[in-house]
Structures are given as C-alpha cells and as structure tokens.
Ligand binder design. Structure first.
Ligand code: ZN
Length: 220
C-alpha cells in the first residue's frame, strides 16, 4: 500500500512549497492538506490555503482550534498587539507558544484516522525568527512522542529545515510551484498586495531577490 501524507498547510510560501514537495514524494493521490483556523487575525491565510489546495488538486480540511486567541498575548491572534521584531535575545511577538507542537499533534490525530503516518511541515531553523518549535530537535522529540502516544510510527518531514529562504524559493521553482506562489499569503499585517514592511514580507522579498526570481505575488 502506498504511504499517505498529511501536509500542514497555512497558505503561506513555505507550507505551499512543502505541499508540492509531498506531491512529488508521495504522489497526488496520497497527499491531503490540513489547515487550522486558530483565530488568526488575518482570515486571508485560510482563503489562500483553500486556493492553494485547490490548485494543487488535493483534498483539504480545516480544523477549528481557537484556543490561541483565547490565550492572547501575541501579534498573530491579538489585534491590539502590533508586529514587532524581537529585541535582544527575546522571541518576537509573532511567536505563538506551542503552535507547531499543537498543529502537528492534531495533524497526527487526523492522519491516524486516515491510515497515514507521514506528516509534512514547513518549519525551518535557518534564517527565521528563532522560534524554538521550528527546530529539528523539537520535531524529533515530538515525532517520538506521537509514535509512542498513538502506537504508530509517525515521520515528520521538514524539507525546508536547513534551507535558506533563497534555497526555499529555488526548491519551489524546481517543484513547479512558482505560479501557485501568487495565491499564497505571507504578510504579518494581512495586506494584499503585501505591505512590504513587516518581518515576514522582508524575509520573503529577500529570498526571491537572492534567488533572482520575481515573486509572482508582486504582479497581481
Ligand atoms: Zn507585510
């Protein structure tokens, strides 16, 4: 039997690249996308996730988990908090504690019901904001916990883990995912066209610039 994969799809550049990576690895019939409505301020992310899944021709499910908004205290779910870069050694206020751990745990539960044991996530420890739940050591420990806790050998694939933003753009190109990038969303300020000023916009722009590739999002 073919292995089946569940891709955590946020509607952003990285998770979209991972979706196309999974299509190549597992075949289109064996890939499903999973998105989370976690109370994010920018609903456009969910619209983009649906659009990307549709363009990729995969089934997509959105799970509601609004607990992060109830916890508050971060710029992605609390409209009273503006996006700021990290100061000194502290984490930026776009860090949502536990987010990737919880996403992947729900993804494993979702996969378990579908006889899938391969999970794919667009986390990366290079070139990012230093989110501790994006590190491979965290992912390895979670993989082990999920495997023990659900009595199934889960694998969490992180194809972008050691890539720079430039290399991620090049991978998207090699996977034929560039056109779809016009339907992705990155901006922390929820703007479309993107604001170009926030940390997420700047990081994305730098990746495309260094790769020498025009961002299709800029031409819409
Ligand atoms: Zn922005």
């Amino acid at each position: 039997m073919d292995r089946k994969a569940v891709v955590v799809l946020s509607g952003g550049q990285d998770s979209t690249t991972c979706l196309y990576w999974a299509l190549e690895q597992f075949g289109a019939d064996n890939v499903e996308a999973l998105s989370f409505d976690y109370g994010q301020r920018h609903r456009i992310e969910l619209e983009c996730a649906a659009k990307v899944a549709n363009l990729a021709g995969v089934e997509q499910t959105t799970l509601p988990i609004d607990t992060f908004a109830a916890l508050g205290g971060n710029a992605l779910t609390d409209s009273a908090i503006g996006v700021e870069d990290a100061a000194g050694d502290s984490l930026p206020n776009t860090f949502v504690p536990g987010r990737n751990l919880i996403f992947l745990t729900f993804a494993a539960a979702f996969a378990w019901q579908r006889d899938a044991s391969d999970l794919v996530a667009g986390v990366a420890q290079t070139d990012y904001s230093g989110y501790p739940d994006c590190r491979r050591a965290t992912i390895d420990a979670l993989e082990q916990s999920l495997t023990l806790g659900m009595e199934r050998t889960f694998r969490i694939h992180t194809p972008l883990m050691s890539l720079t933003k430039k290399e991620t753009v090049e991978l998207a190109r090699d996977l034929g995912a560039l056109d779809v990038m016009a339907s992705t969303h990155t901006c922390y300020n929820g703007q479309r066209p993107p604001c170009g000023e926030c940390p997420a916009c700047r990081l994305r722009a730098r990746g495309f610039l260094e790769a020498g590739i025009a961002d299709p999002l800029d031409s819409i």
